[in-house]
Design a protein around this ligand. Structure first.
Ligand code: 13P
Ligand code: SF4
Length: 303
C-alpha cells in the first residue's frame, strides 16, 4: 500500500470520526496503523468506551458482533465479513437445553469466541483473560463451558471446586499446535520460557511456563527477566512482542500458528470500508438484549 493510500485512511478516519481497532492476531501492517490493539477483552472494553461514530474492527466475526452488541449506536464495519472464527459455531444444536435440563443450578459460561445466538443462551461471557476469575466467582456448582474444551479444561484445573462440563469445540489453530514441535524448539533454545494460550491442548500447556491470553503473554514477556521465549499462540503477537522488547528473542514451533481468518484484515480492505461504509455488522433487534446480558455480566464481574 502506498503512503498516499495510508494518508487517505487517516483522512477518512478523521472526517468520519472513525477508529481502527485491531486484535493482536491482525497482520502487522494493520496493527501499525490501528488506534487500539489488544486482546478480545481489551477490545470489547475499548469499543464500549470509545466516543467514535464508526469502529473499523479488524478481528473476526464474533469480535465485531460483540462491539455492535455493546455499542448499538455506533457503526461497526469489518474489513472482511468472511473473517470468522470457526470455533464460535462449535456447539451442537440442543446441547445447551439438554444440559440445562440435566442440572438444576447450571450456569452456561460462554467464551466470547462464540456467535451472538450462543451468547443469547448463556449466563455469562468470559475471555481467556478473565475466565478463571469469573468461573471461580459464580455461585453455581455446575458449569457448562462453551465452546472451547481446551480453555474449559484449563479453567477446570484452576477451579477444582466446580463441576465443569466440557463441550466438544476447539480452535483449530491452537489445538493443532504440536507438543513435539514445542519440545524441538525447547531443545534448540533451552534457556527460553514457553508462553502459551489456554486454547492449546493439555500436552502443550503441560510444557508451558506461563499460560494466558494474548495480552497476558505480551505482559509476561515484558516483565520477565528472561531474554528468550517460545510463543504458543498465533504469530500476529510477534509484532507487539518485538516492539515492546527489542532486546529479547522470540521463537515459534516449526509450524507457526497462523489464523487465516485474522489475516483477511488488510489495509486495502480497511480503506475500502472507510470509503464505502460497506460490511456493516448488524445484530437483529430481538437478539441484542439477550446477547448483551452475558457480556454486561462479564464486565460487571471484572470491574
Ligand atoms: P484473546 O482472548 O487472547 O484475545 O484470544 C482470542 C482468540 O481468538 C484466541 O485464539
Ligand atoms: Fe478463532 Fe482460533 Fe482464529 Fe482465535 S486463532 S480467531 S480462536 S480460529
Amino acid at each position: 500500500m502506498t503512503n498516499e493510500q495510508i494518508n487517505k485512511i487517516m483522512e477518512l478516519k478523521k472526517e468520519k470520526n472513525a477508529v481502527i481497532m485491531a486484535h493482536y492476531y491482525a497482520p502487522e501492517e494493520v496493527q501499525k496503523i490501528a488506534d487500539a490493539t489488544g486482546d478480545s477483552f481489551y477490545l470489547a472494553k475499548a469499543a464500549k468506551a470509545s466516543d467514535a461514530d464508526v469502529i473499523i474492527f479488524c478481528g473476526v466475526g464474533f469480535m465485531g458482533e460483540s462491539a455492535k452488541i455493546l455499542c448499538p449506536d455506533k457503526k461497526v464495519l469489518m474489513p472482511d465479513l468472511e473473517a470468522d472464527c470457526p470455533m464460535a459455531h462449535m456447539v451442537k444444536e440442543g446441547k445447551i437445553a439438554e444440559m440445562r435440563a440435566r442440572y438444576e443450578d447450571l450456569a452456561v459460561v460462554c467464551y466470547i469466541n462464540s456467535t451472538a445466538e450462543l451468547k443469547c443462551q448463556s449466563d455469562v461471557c468470559v475471555t481467556s483473560s478473565n475466565a478463571v476469575q469469573i468461573v471461580r466467582a459464580l455461585p453455581n456448582k455446575n458449569i457448562f463451558f462453551i465452546p472451547d474444551r481446551n480453555l474449559g479444561r484449563y479453567v477446570a484445573e484452576q477451579v477444582p471446586e466446580k463441576n465443569i462440563i466440557l463441550n466438544d469445540g476447539c480452535c483449530p489453530i491452537h489445538n493443532d499446535l504440536s507438543a513435539e514441535e514445542l519440545k524441538e524448539a525447547k531443545a534448540l533454545h533451552p534457556e527460553a520460557l514457553v508462553l502459551s494460550h489456554p486454547e492449546c491442548g493439555d500436552d502443550v500447556l503441560a510444557l508451558s511456563d506461563y499460560i494466558g491470553s494474548t495480552a497476558g503473554i505480551i505482559d509476561f514477556a515484558g516483565k520477565s527477566e528472561a531474554k528468550e521465549f517460545i510463543i504458543g499462540t498465533e504469530d500476529g503477537v510477534l509484532h507487539r512482542l518485538m516492539q515492546d522488547n527489542p532486546d529479547k528473542q522470540f521463537y515459534f514451533p516449526k509450524t507457526r500458528p497462523r489464523c487465516r481468518d485474522m489475516k483477511l484484515n488488510t489495509l486495502e480492505k480497511i480503506l475500502h470500508v472507510l470509503e464505502t461504509e460497506e460490511n456493516e455488522v448488524h445484530i437483529p433487534e430481538e437478539v441484542r438484549p439477550e446477547a448483551l446480558l452475558p457480556l454486561d455480566r462479564m464486565l460487571e464481574y471484572t470491574k
